[in-house]
Structures are given as C-alpha cells and as structure tokens.
Design a protein around this ligand. Structure first.
Ligand code: PMP
Length: 359
C-alpha cells in the first residue's frame, strides 16, 4: 500500500518480518469435506485429546463473570497453586510458554547479542530471538539427535541465552540431567531448558536449580493439562530473575479466565496421570506396529522416518484420508523425510497405522 507522494508503507516493515514466520499445523477444517473422510484424527499439534478437567472448566467459567476487572488475584493465585503443586520454587508466568520465551529474551537480549539453539528443534526460539535482533547460533545435535555437552558449551560459550528442549520437539529425544549439568557448568549465560513435554518422560531437572543460578525450566499447561486454547505457560526461575522478568513482561498478559482455569487444572492431578498412561501405552503401540522407523520419544508424539518418501507428501496423503500429522520439513536441519505424529486417542492411532502401513 502506498501513501503520500507514493510512499510505500511496506518499506517500514522490519526485514525479519518480510517472510517466514511460525508454521501452523493443518486444521480439521482443511480436510473435512474430502471424499470418505467422516472423522478427523488430529495428530499434528501434540495436544491432549481429553477436554480440560471439570474443575478447570468450573473455575474458568466463574472467572469469566469478573472479566470486567483486569487480572490480578488470579495470576498471584496461579503462582500459589504452582507452589502447592510443585513445592517452594520461584515462578514466572506467560501467555503460553511462547510468552515466557519471549519475555525471557526481552529481559536479557539486546540487538547483536548471541542466542544459541540446540537444533533441530521448536522454531519459536529462533523467531523470538530474531525479534530481539539477536545473532542466532544453531548448535546441531548428533546423528541420533542427542546433545553433545562439550560441543554445546563450546559453541554457546558467549551466548546470553541458550535453548535446549527436552524432550525435544520434534525428535522426542530426552537429554539426561547429567548432560544438562555438564552444560550448565560451562555456560555463563542463561540456559532455557524447555520442558513442555515433561509429563510424558521420567527425566527430572529441577534439582539442578539448587546449584545453578542461570537455569530456567519452561513448562506449559497446553499439553498434559489440556489447556492449549487458554495459553498458560510458566517457568521455574532463580529468585533473582523474578523482578526483572516482571518488569519486561507485557502488563496483564495472562488473562484472568486462563489463570483461574489453570488453578483448577492443577487441583486435578488424576487428569495428568490419565494422559501420561494413555501416551505411554499408545506410544509403545505405535513404535511396535509402525512399519517405518520411529525414534525413541519421551514426549506425547513420535518422529517417524518415512524415507524414501518425503514428509510433505506423506502428510498430504494422510490428510486426504482424514489423518492430520505434521510434516517436519520446516524444522531446519532435519531433512525432508520425517513426519511428527502426536499420540492421540486409540482410534486415532489405529487410523494412523492403517494409513501409514499401506504406503
Ligand atoms: N515448547 C515446545 C517444545 C513446544 O512444542 C511448544 C508448543 N508446541 C511450546 C513450547 C509452546 O507452548 P505453549 O502452548 O505453552 O505456548
């Protein structure tokens, strides 16, 4: 669009937002209406197929009645609920873990500062770092997608913030806590350990917080707690970080309905146990029954190597048959022959296997 004297408004847009951006998974509306598709298996976004806990729904509804007021007590209430659930840690909250990632970067990273990312991984670290004008360094994982701590420390040595995802999206790889400790020994900047899928594995990183004052452990209520649509994220942080994070965050960003529903969800531990049991059982089932190699996963999804096919062709073919999975071509450093498949309900996994095994 042009303005006065032919001035082109588009030229005001920062170079980093002229192309690219977050790649969203296909939605059911993209495939319903295709011949033969009566029910859509939604296996592209690693959500929990169970609806939120009744207690979360009840508390979210009650908070809606007070939505004429800005959020306040609900967010402090969420921090207290997190302390009750996890123990006496220090927490920060955000609009999803995405919001936490963004605020952490805003707190620490100036234009030109280095941000290191263990890749291939979740794309938003790079996008958010780019928004700060950071100099982003990718630290490649090994061929089996494990992280070499020595290499990580060497390449991330002067980074202000480094990102390590475990279990890693999209590979499912779990990094042992001893390797994370080795990395923390060597880093002088902040290590953001993204623990979005923690409920589906057995690795525990929180004890490291006692020793290392530069560790942030990001968590989300979008997965095991079934609150993806409400956008609630939080992180375990060292105490010194709480005031500066709070100054950097957008005021009132976490809304009162989401915060209240999250408090309700934290009261229902059985909800998470059920999700964990379903994921463990069906993840084993998919690993056993899939005719393509499936990478070991500690998350509620698996990475499937569909070579010699291309991930995008397989995802398109399955979508046409009512099974939505994620092609992984948009994950830099991963190659073009992978799909990521969420562990959904039993009928969804059976549908997936029917389709993938006849390729
Ligand atoms: N980290 C990882 C590894 C993820 O996969 C996701 C969401 N897919 C997020 C963070 C963001 O989570 P949230 O929904 O809380 O923003």
């Amino acid at each position: 669009m042009t303005g006065k004297q032919g001035f082109c408004y588009d030229s005001l847009v920062r170079d980093c937002y002229r192309s690219g951006g977050y790649v969203y998974a296909a939605r059911p509306g993209d495939v319903t209406g295709k011949p033969g598709v009566t029910r859509v298996a939604r296996l592209a976004s690693n959500e929990n197929p169970d609806p939120p806990s009744p207690r979360a729904i009840e508390m979210g509804k009650a908070a809606l009645c007070d939505a004429n007021r800005y959020p306040g007590d609900q967010v402090t209430g969420l921090v207290s609920a997190l302390q009750k659930y996890h123990g006496p840690y220090h927490f920060v909250t955000g609009v999803g873990m995405d919001g936490v990632i963004e605020t952490v970067l805003r707190t620490f990273v100036c234009a030109g500062d280095r941000v290191a990312i263990s890749t291939p991984t979740f794309s938003f670290y790079g996008l958010a770092a780019m928004g700060q004008g950071a100099d982003v360094i990718s630290v490649p994982r090994e061929n089996d997608f494990s992280v070499d701590p020595v290499r990580f420390v060497r390449e991330a040595a002067d980074a202000k913030v480094s990102f390590l995802c475990s279990p890693n999206n999209p590979t499912g790889t779990v990094t042992p806590a001893s390797d994370v400790a080795e990395i923390l020994e060597g880093l002088s900047g902040i290590l953001f350990l993204d623990n979005a899928y923690v409920e589906f594995c057995n690795e525990e990183y929180r004890p490291l917080m006692k020793k290392y004052g530069n560790l942030v452990i990001g968590r989300t209520m979008s997965k095991a707690f079934s609150l993806a649509g409400l956008r609630v994220g939080y992180a375990f942080v060292p105490e010194w970080m709480v005031p500066c994070y709070t100054r950097a965050m957008t005021p009132f960003s976490l809304n009162s309905v989401s915060a209240s529903a999250a408090i309700g969800a934290l009261e229902d531990a059985d909800h998470v146990t059920r999700a964990r049991e379903r994921v463990t059982r069906l993840r084993d089932f998919v690993c056993r029954e899939c005719r393509f190699p499936v990478h070991p996963s500690g998350a509620n999804f698996v990475l499937v190597d569909v070579a010699p096919h291309k991930g995008c062709d397989v995802a398109a073919r399955l979508a046409g048959r009512g099974v939505i999975v994620r092609s992984c071509e948009s994950f830099p450093g991963l190659g073009d022959h992978y799909i990521r498949v969420s562990i959904g309900e039993e009928w969804e996994m059976k549908r997936f296997l029917e389709e993938i095994n006849c390729l």
